[in-house]
Design a protein. Structure first.
Length: 364
């Protein structure tokens, strides 16, 4: 796409929309999965679905890191606080309920030391200014966030800080893609690939998608960019000619960020990880290396996530895997709302349920 084209221009968006309608074969249905929470929210905010023909369906996948964090992992946040540990966290985590319905906001109201930070590295300042307290950063995220979590651990070691640790529940996307590809019920034509993750991994992350006969298009987050990506996926599906296309080169180089990947390799080892809705996926987690063991909160405080089932009635797991839409969950917009959420898909600013509720998608 010409980089001089305004990415929010209404007329341009309508032209691309018409191109999709002309290209789409009315005798078939096209299913496209986005696996990025920012895409999920941008699609809802822009009304993108209303600009597509009825036979082109956008499905939200496991692209929200908060949402895929397992209930057992979430419960460890509260276990830390019960041990008298101070925690630092992104704001998205504050309203996610534990198994007993309690949130970090509830704990803070009762005196627990819960701190909102805008970067993992902000935790350094907290630890330096309060040497009598121990701070644990709650490390949630994909390849985009994980390098900054690694940088925090490296900086803490360099400074010799003894009152800082990280609870690492960062996850990586390849195993999630493999699981989605193995699901015979989804019948996907292609993926709207996340620009943020690609900025670190590079486009080679999506080679298995192409080998599986799926289109893989990296897109930005503006309406025209996302529509152009959908158009590309529909064309590839029609021609059965699948290849990786990077339509976000103005921000994301094909090769990604080698320095960020090197930081990840220095601090983390691959590990098995439990994903909400997907179960345990081999080599999909990032465990802190023994070289940095003193900063590993799991080992320092002898923590072990329990195998806990979904909160009763919550269908977050099925929403995350594209099996159902939010309005098909019996709790959606009734028992589960942004003001009183039951599951993380309604809590997170990138959650599919939050997007459907906020922008009144489906039957509410």
């Amino acid at each position: 796409m010409n980089p001089n084209i305004p990415f929010r221009d209404k007329e341009t968006a309508l032209k691309v929309s018409q191109s999709i309608k002309k290209e789409a074969d009315t005798s078939k249905t096209y299913k496209i999965m986005e696996v990025c929470g920012t895409h999920t929210m941008a699609i809802a905010r822009s009304g993108l679905r209303s600009m597509l023909p009825e036979n082109v369906e956008l499905i939200s996948g496991p692209g929200c890191p908060v949402c895929v964090t397992s209930q057992g992992e979430i419960d460890l946040f509260f276990e830390l606080l019960d041990k008298g540990i101070s925690v630092a966290s992104f704001g998205d985590l504050l309203r996610i309920p534990g198994s007993n319905g309690e949130t970090l906001i509830d704990k803070r109201a009762r005196g627990a030391d819960v701190n909102v930070v805008y970067s993992p590295l902000d935790t350094l300042k907290l630890a330096e200014e309060n040497p009598d307290k121990h701070y644990t950063f709650l490390g949630i995220g994909f390849e985009t966030t994980a390098p900054t979590v690694a940088a925090l651990i490296m900086a803490a070691k360099e400074k010799g800080l003894k009152n800082l640790s990280v609870l690492s529940f960062c996850k990586t996307m390849p195993a999630a893609f493999d699981l989605i590809l193995s699901d015979k019920e989804l019948h996907l034509d292609g993926f709207l690939c996340p620009g943020h993750v690609t900025a670190v991994t590079g486009v080679q992350l999506y080679e298995p998608l192409i080998k599986a006969g799926k289109a893989a298009v990296v897109a930005g987050f503006e309406p025209v960019e996302m529509l152009d990506a959908v158009y590309e996926i529909v064309k590839q599906s029609n021609n059965q000619d699948f290849h990786i296309v990077n339509k976000y080169r103005r921000v994301v180089p094909d090769e990604g960020n080698a320095q960020a990947r090197a930081i990840l390799a220095k601090v983390f080892d691959e590990s098995d990880a439990v994903w909400r809705g997907l179960g345990e996926l081999k080599k999909s987690g990032l465990a802190i290396k023994d070289e940095y063991i003193e900063y590993d909160a799991l080992k320092r405080f002898n923590l072990q996530p329990k195998n806990i089932t979904e909160i009763k009635g919550c269908k977050c797991g099925q929403v995350l895997t594209g099996k159902i839409k939010p309005q098909e969950c019996p709790l959606f917009a009734k028992r589960c709302t942004p003001e009183d959420p039951v599951g993380p898909c309604m809590v997170s600013s990138e959650g599919t349920c939050a997007a459907y509720y906020k922008f009144r998608l489906g039957d509410i």
